[in-house]
Design a protein around this ligand. Structure first.
Ligand code: 13P
Length: 246
C-alpha cells in the first residue's frame, strides 16, 4: 500500500506564487514516486492553485453545514464540488481555538456526507502524557467524535492522524515505538465504534527527513502529516523520497 504523506502548510505561505512554487517541485517529484500518495493542505484560498496542477489536496478544515448563513465558514459541499479529496478535522491548533469534540463529530459527518475523506487529528498534551492519561484522552476524543452516528454508516474511508500535541512544532518527535503503540490503541478503539471502516493511521509531530523512516517502518503507521518541514523545499523532497523507499 502507498504511504500517505500530507503537507500541512498551516497559514503559510502568503502568496499564490509561493504556494505554486512549493507545490510544483513536490508534485513533479511525487508523480515519479510509485509508493507515495502526496497530498497538499494549503490555506483555502490556494486550493485551486494545487488542484489545477492535477495534484490531490486536503482542506485544513470545513464547516458542518453544507450551505446557509454562516459568514466566514467553508462548506464541505463546496469543497467537494471544487474537487477536494481530503479534509483535516480537529487539528489541535483548531481545538486550542475552541473546537470541541462535539463540533468535530459534526464536521466528520459533514465531510463523509459530501464524499470527502476526513483526516481526524487526535493526540494528548504534555501534561496528559505525564499523568499517564494518553489512552484515556485518545479514547475520549475518538468516542466523542465518532459518537453514536458512525456505527450506522457503512463503507467509509477514514484517516486518523495521531499528533501528540507536545510533539507539534517542538522538534521533539514521539518515539516511533511509542507512536506505534498509541496507534494500535487508536485502531482497536475505532474498530469498537465502527465495524467495517476502511481506516489508516498516520503520524504527525516534528516529522523531518531524519526521523521519518523510523515511523514508516512500524506496522501501524501508514504515512505522515508534516507541518514545518513541508515548507522547506529540499527537506520535503527528501521526505517524499524516504517515504517511497520504505
Ligand atoms: P510540525 O511538523 O511542524 O510539528 O507540525 C505537525 C502538524 O501539526 C501537522 O498537522
Amino acid at each position: 500500500m502507498k504511504k500517505l504523506v500530507i503537507a500541512n502548510f498551516k497559514m503559510n505561505p502568503a502568496t499564490a506564487g509561493e504556494t505554486s512554487d512549493l507545490v510544483r517541485s513536490y508534485g513533479e517529484k511525487a508523480k515519479a514516486l510509485e509508493k507515495v500518495e502526496f497530498v497538499a493542505a494549503p490555506p483555502f484560498i490556494f486550493l485551486l492553485e494545487i488542484l489545477n496542477k492535477g495534484l490531490e489536496v486536503a482542506a485544513q478544515d470545513c464547516f458542518y453545514e453544507d450551505s446557509g448563513a454562516y459568514t466566514g465558514e467553508i462548506s464541505p459541499l463546496a469543497l467537494q464540488k471544487l474537487g477536494v479529496q481530503y479534509v483535516i478535522i480537529g487539528h489541535s491548533e483548531r481545538r486550542r481555538m475552541g473546537e470541541t469534540d462535539e463540533i468535530i463529530g459534526k464536521k466528520l459527518q459533514a465531510a463523509i456526507r459530501n464524499g470527502l475523506i476526513p483526516v481526524l487529528c487526535v493526540g494528548e498534551t504534555q501534561a496528559e502524557k505525564e499523568a499517564g492519561q494518553r489512552e484515556a484522552v485518545l479514547k475520549q476524543q475518538l468516542s466523542q467524535a465518532l459518537g453514536n452516528w458512525a456505527s450506522a454508516i457503512r463503507d467509509f474511508q477514514l484517516v486518523v492522524a495521531y499528533e501528540p500535541i507536545w510533539a507539534i512544532g517542538t522538534g521533539l518527535a514521539c518515539e516511533p515505538d511509542e507512536a506505534n503503540r498509541a496507534m494500535e490503541f487508536i485502531l482497536n478503539e475505532t474498530k469498537k465504534i465502527i465495524k467495517d471502516v476502511k481506516m489508516i493511521i498516520i503520524y504527525g509531530g516534528s516529522v523531518d527527513a531524519n526521523n521519518l523512516k523510523g515511523f514508516l517502518v512500524k506496522p501501524n503507521i501508514s504515512g505522515a502529516l508534516v507541518g514545518g518541514a513541508s515548507l522547506k523545499k529540499e527537506e520535503f523532497a527528501k521526505i517524499l523520497e524516504i517515504a517511497n523507499s520504505v
